[in-house]
Each structure stands twice: as C-alpha cells, then as structure tokens.
Design a binder for this molecule. Structure first.
Ligand code: GRF
Length: 192
C-alpha cells in the first residue's frame, strides 16, 4: 500500500452494536494514528453503532441491503467520493461479492471473534467451549470472497477457563478485539 504523509481514509461498515467502531474512532483521534475514519456505512437503520458516528461527526449512510447489487453500487460510489483507502468491517453481517472486492481494489479488513481458521460464522464462543478448546481469541484478516477467510493480519488468544460461559468469553474476547483492530490496521498500513 502506498505510504503517503496524509492519514489513510477508512470506511467502517457495521450492522449493529458498534463497539469495535467506537474503539476505532477513539484510536483514530489519537495523535499517533495513521488513519482517520471518513465514512460509516450501515445496512441497518437502527444500528446502535450509528450513534458513535454521529457523536464524532463522522459521515454516516444507511444503505439497505435488500438488493445486494444496488447496495454495492451505491456503496462503491460513496467509497470513491470519499477517496477511501481501506474498508474495515466491524460487525457487518453481510458478505461482499467478488465483484465488489475486485472493484474496490484496495484492502478490506474484518474482525472475527475466534482463532481463525477455527469457527467461521456465528456462535464462535459457544462452539469453542463445547469443543473443550483450551484457547479462544480474535482475528483480524483480509476479506476475501469466502466468509471469514483471507490472509490473517493479527490474532490474539486467551485461555478459556473452566468457569467460562459463552457470555463471559464473549466479553473477554471483545476486549481483545477492541485492542487489536487498530493495531492490525497500523500493521497493514506500515507493512504491506
Ligand atoms: C464482534 O464480535 C466482531 O468480531 C464480529 O461481530 C461483533 C461485532 O460487535 N464480527 P460490535 O458491533 O463491534 O460491538
């Protein structure tokens, strides 16, 4: 990726709660940050995360997903308009098409609450506990056309305790997510 002096422009895609968006916004406001968030896109009008964008006066758009082609066309137009360098999916519950990934032609990151390649998809904590795994964690990876696949940029693990439930594990892993997402972005911006 081109290393220019200006901060890289990021678009964050969400569908719900938005705590990862919140932590990315917080980091982006620090002096040392190499990126700024210029755009938040949600496919849900009631996504709680939209409130964090409003609070920080970040441009936000709700684009309905009922028609995938239309969603992707409108989204690509916005990404162009805002000169976005990198997309970060943060609890965005839809799969982007091969065509979209190709047309955007810049990196797209996703954060996932498991030690990928284990447990793609939903209910990751429940599955890790059920399988009596010793560790769980979070992964930031490049988005490819296959769900929760693509090159891993950063991963951090945590021990699963006997006393853990899917709820307690979710809380602990979410804390990791909030810490590693900005780290992974910096790693991507400075290494690749
Ligand atoms: C996170 O656990 C993330 O890893 C997954 O969806 C959840 C989104 O949480 N992809 P939030 O909306 O960022 O609070």
């Amino acid at each position: 990726m081109e290393k220019s002096l200006g901060k890289k422009k990021i678009a964050v895609f969400i569908s719900g709660r938005g705590t990862n968006l919140k932590s990315l916004i917080k980091y982006s406001k620090t002096k040392k940050s190499l990126f700024k968030i210029v755009l938040v896109i949600s496919n849900k009008s009631n996504a709680k995360g939209l409130g964090y964008a409003s609070k920080s006066k970040i441009k936000k758009f709700i684009i309905r997903y009922s028609n995938k082609k239309k969603f992707e066309k409108e989204t690509l137009k916005l990404l162009n308009e805002y000169k976005v360098d990198l997309i970060c999916l943060a609890g965005f519950m839809k799969i982007l098409s091969k065509n979209f990934i190709k047309k955007f032609s810049k990196p797209i990151l996703n954060i996932h609450p498991s030690l990928l390649p284990k447990y793609k998809g939903l209910d990751t904590h429940y599955r890790a506990i059920k399988n009596k795994d010793k560790y769980s964690g979070a992964t930031v990876h490049i988005v490819s056309e296959k769900m929760d696949s693509g090159k891993i940029i950063l991963q951090e693990k945590i021990k699963i305790l006997k006393s853990d439930t899917d709820k307690t594990l979710e809380k602990k892993v979410l804390k990791i997510e909030h810490r590693i997402y900005s780290k992974a972005i910096i790693k991507l911006l400075t290494t690749y």
